[in-house]
Structure formats: structure tokens, C-alpha cells
Write a protein that binds this ligand. Structure first.
Ligand SMILES: C[S@@+](CC[C@H](N)C(=O)[O-])C[C@H]1O[C@@H](n2cnc3c(N)ncnc32)[C@H](O)[C@@H]1O
Length: 249
């Protein structure tokens, strides 16, 4: 499976889908973007890596900001939202000078950026000494007991597990960060809740799932399952992992 091509086509057809889903996912009154942003230093130059539709820009845009993404469609959405400057480039060859940013933020990108060593090397290169990396990725935990039936039902409808090409690399993150000259400072996961209040909520979530190699009928089955859950205003758990690292001075 060529994940790179799959993800590019996926976002070409659904630009902004991640932002629409995460804005609808809450914990303690905030969404996953708020949580990521809470760990970002308040000043300095910032690179928004795999920026997508640039949901972080409204908070970070009043400082020296640059967004990078490989998807032209996502960058069009980001531009429409007023974000910039934006550069179409791959995370594996960043068009930035060594030590040119004080923070790299990456929301829900590292799990599809493989091999992770290549991306972390680029992050380590562009970060100035003392600079910070804050990244989020989907996780499998924490879950509550009641979540197991919801998740089990979704996986049964899909007839498949949900996974990402970077899952293995992300399990040995401290060692990979060290190879890139970075040190892990924080690594925790939180359970966000995606509220299924309507059929639209169900359709949005079903549309957002990366399902490489699965026939479209499986996505339709998952959508049907989520629509049924929406009649009961159910909640789908969205565990998110946040990692914080820095480049030592
Ligand atoms: C799940 S979306 C996250 C978007 C945005 N950061 C957010 O949280 O809403 C993953 C993003 O990674 C981008 N992407 C995938 N592979 C990439 C690569 N090699 N280089 C740069 N961006 C990439 C996709 O185009 C997509 O916008």
C-alpha cells in the first residue's frame, strides 16, 4: 500500500476534514487543538508541519508563522481561512534553513509521515537550539468501559482494524527523538469525545477515516453504524496522544 499517494488523494477529496472532526471533539471544554497549543511557547518563529487547513493559524498567526503541507487542496482551504505564508512541500525535505524556527507544531501528522526517522531528522535540523516540538497523533487509549462496545461495533462494521503506517515508530519515540538530537519532555494521552448529535456528525466521522485498501462498501457500512448511533446521541471516543520534545542547547 502506497500510503503517501493514498493520503494525498484522500485529502484532495476531503480538504479540511480533520479540522471539522477535531473541532467537534471535546474534553474539559476544549478541543485537541487547544491542548496542543497549550504546550507551545508564546513567542518565536513557528513551523506548522502537515498544517492541513491550518486550524492552528488563528492562534499562531500573529507571530512568524509558516505552514507546510503536501496537499494542494488542504493548502487552498488554509489560504481561504486567511493563513499564510504556506508552502507546498514534503515533511521529508523542508524548505527551511537549519535552526530557523523556535517551535514545530504537528497536529495529527506524524502517524502518516513514515519513516518517522526522516521527518524527525528534518525537525531536528530546522529547530533552533532550545526549540520545541509539540505533536499530536490518534491513540487507542484511554477508553472507558462503555467505549468498548462503540469501538467494537465500528470495527465490526469496517471488518478491519484502524491503523497507521507510523504506529510502530511511534511506539519507540524516545529513541527515535534521541537519534534526531531531540529530547522527550512529555508524552500523554487524553480521551476526547466526538458527539454524534445528527446524521451529519455521523457522515463527517465516517468520511474522515483513513481506510486504505478497503472497498467503499466498508465505509458505507461504518457510516450506517454511526448513523444508527446518532439516533441515540451517542459519543465516539477519540483518544489523542500529545508529545512534547525539545532540542537541547
Ligand atoms: C490528518 S491531517 C492533519 C491536518 C491538520 N494538521 C489538522 O490537524 O487538522 C494530515 C495532514 O498531513 C499532510 N501530509 C501527509 N503527508 C505529508 C508529507 N509527506 N508532507 C507534508 N504533509 C503531509 C496531509 O496532506 C494532511 O493535511
Amino acid at each position: 500500500m502506497n500510503w503517501g499517494r493514498y493520503v494525498e488523494e484522500f485529502h484532495g477529496e476531503r480538504a479540511g476534514i480533520t479540522e471539522r472532526v477535531l473541532r467537534h471533539s471535546t474534553d474539559r471544554g476544549g478541543d485537541p487543538y487547544d491542548w496542543l497549543l497549550a504546550a507551545v511557547p508564546e513567542t518565536g518563529r513557528v513551523l506548522d508541519l502537515a498544517c492541513g487547513s491550518a486550524p492552528l493559524w488563528p492562534t499562531l498567526g500573529d507571530r512568524h508563522y509558516v505552514g507546510v503541507d503536501v496537499s494542494a487542496a488542504e493548502l487552498t482551504e488554509a489560504r481561504r481561512a486567511g493563513a499564510g505564508p504556506l508552502v507546498r512541500a514534503t515533511a521529508f525535505a523542508l524548505p527551511l534553513a537549519p535552526g530557523s524556527v523556535d517551535a514545530v507544531v504537528c497536529s495529527m501528522g506524524l502517524m502518516v509521515l513514515t519513516p518517522l526517522t526522516g521527518v524527525l531528522a528534518e525537525i531536528g535540523r530546522v529547530l533552533a537550539p532550545g526549540g520545541v516540538l509539540v505533536a499530536t497523533v490518534p491513540d487507542r487509549r484511554p477508553l472507558r468501559r462503555a467505549d468498548l462496545a462503540v469501538v467494537g461495533g465500528l470495527l465490526a462494521a469496517l471488518g478491519s482494524g484502524l491503523g497507521y503506517p507510523g504506529d510502530r515508530d511511534l511506539r519507540r519515540l524516545p529513541a527515535l527523538l534521541a537519534q534526531a538530537g531531540l529530547r522527550l519532555d512529555g508524552d500523554e494521552s487524553r480521551r476526547y469525545r466526538y458527539r454524534l448529535g445528527s446524521r451529519d456528525d455521523a457522515d463527517r466521522l465516517a468520511s474522515s477515516l483513513y481506510l486504505p485498501g478497503l472497498p467503499p462498501s466498508r465505509r458505507r457500512r461504518a457510516r450506517g453504524y454511526l448513523r444508527a448511533l446518532s439516533l441515540a446521541h451517542a459519543t465516539v471516543p477519540m483518544p489523542i496522544r500529545r508529545m512534547i520534545a525539545h532540542r537541547p542547547t
